[in-house]
Design a protein around this ligand. Structure first.
Ligand code: HEC
Length: 255
């Protein structure tokens, strides 16, 4: 009885305006706010840290840091022992000659360009014995220079036999390279990893770049190399001992 009376009272419109709507809504909001907090705790299992705990930690860290920082040599940031003098920085400019044999000038420059290749072919040109073929002892490196230049400029795909082993991977094109850069890296891998004993001149490399530009883009194959590029690069053969300026690669006598 009491129950049905109670329900009736709520269902009936509040014509007398006896309910304080603001108060009721506040109650509702309170419940939902605390419920929300409860829900969050059950989801993350974490309760916000009290402000006092936070402040107390900050003070401990502040004082602790001050004590450690002030206390003796534990946190001394002078890295050098007493009496230490810093050695002079040796730059390219003041080591080695600026005039010397062209073989040396190209190989020195080629060593820097070779950084493009060493990730795959290894810093000593030995490859990885699996995916990346060696440049040391490779007939593709020591053989005809036109083939070698086109491999470097175009990249290579499809099977290739290197030093008695078949590889079948993809080498990405290394162009754009300037003629001097191409000549340098070719000279470097022919003489540093092998002992061919000649230089690829900048003029010869420029010719190879012209051939590369006249060919459709895309990695080259062994078939195309054998058919079209199995020859030495055209151009005057340069004596490896020719004296040049290391910067310009021009004969030193012309200076
Ligand atoms: C991303 C890896 C990668 C880079 C970088 C790369 N190569 Fe290659 N290179 C290969 C792969 C793989 C092959 C074998 C491709 C195939 O199987 O057809 C190859 C083949 C060659 C060959 C013919 C095979 C041999 O070992 O003699 C030469 C020469 C060569 N690369 C030179 C270079 C030079 C020089 C550079 C840098 C200017 C260079 N490569 C940069 C992956 C690379």
């Amino acid at each position: 009885m009491a129950n049905s009376q109670h329900t009736n009272k709520i269902d009936r419109p509040d014509l007398e305006d006896s309910t304080n709507v603001v108060e009721k809504h506040e109650k509702l909001l309170e419940i939902s706010a605390s419920q929300a907090r409860e829900n969050q705790i059950s989801e993350t299992g974490m309760e916000p840290v009290s402000l006092w705990v936070f402040l107390a930690s900050a003070i401990v860290l502040l004082i602790g840091g001050g004590v450690l920082g002030a206390g003796g040599k534990l946190f001394s940031y002078n890295p050098h022992p007493e009496g230490y003098t810093r050695p002079d920085f040796a730059s390219d400019a003041d080591t080695g000659p600026t005039i010397g044999p062209i073989a040396e000038a190209l190989a020195k420059r080629g060593k820097n360009i070779y950084a493009k290749c060493s990730g795959c072919h290894g810093s000593t040109g030995s490859g990885d014995g699996n995916q990346y073929p060696p440049l040391a002892g490779s007939e593709w490196v020591t053989g005809n220079t036109a083939r070698l230049a086109q491999i470097i400029l175009n990249g290579l795909s499809g099977p290739i036999d290197v030093a008695g082993k078949t590889y079948n991977g993809n080498m990405p094109a290394q162009a754009p390279l300037t003629a001097a850069e191409l000549a340098a890296v070719m000279t470097y891998i022919r003489n540093e990893f092998n002992d061919v004993g000649d230089v690829v001149s900048v003029e010869q490399a420029a010719g190879a770049i012209r051939v590369y530009e006249s060919r459709p883009q895309g990695a080259i194959t062994v078939k195309e190399l054998d058919a079209d590029h199995d020859q030495m690069l055209e151009g005057e053969v340069v004596d490896p001992s020719t004296s040049v300026n290391f910067e310009t690669l021009q004969p030193a006598a012309a200076e």
